[in-house]
Design a protein around this ligand. Sequence first.
Ligand code: DAT
Ligand code: MG
Length: 149
Amino acid sequence: MAKERTFTMLKPGVLSRRIVGELISRLERKGFAIVGAKLMRISRPLAEKHYAEHADKPFFGELVDYISSGPVIAMVLEGDGAIARLRSLCGSTRVEDAAPGTIRGDYAMHTGLNVIHASDSPASAEREIGLFFRPDEIVGWKDGNDPWI
Ligand code: DAT
Ligand code: MG
């Protein structure tokens, strides 16, 4: 499986619940390498761009309100097959379907507050990384002999 980069974000509420460390630990424990990370508050225009594919959904307004309502941790993760593997670690979008053992399954009670974002395809990953990170904010550090990722 080819090495990929994907975009992830710990959503508003994760900082106030003091579970940033736990969630990042789960990403690291799986084997992803963190190559970009920032604590930020998302502006409404950035939120609207990030979630543009949902602009005509009934929950779009609430989604943009929520994602811009508090601090988030935006990250770029690297690893073999990172895009699909991160989606699988996060679990299903609907919390009713998010299996125990996944991040959403373990930490979320409401679909609209499902704790973590993860890019859903190579095209989304490239687009979302570009929305949140300048090229010089991404620091590749993987040792060529590192067998973990
Ligand atoms: P995902 O975050 O798994 O990629 P998505 O792109 O379909 O899911 O939706 C983006 C976010 O919007 C999702 O994480 C939570 C929210 N959302 C999705 N469907 C929803 C719904 N039916 N009601 C309320 N919020 C919803
Ligand atoms: Mg999505």
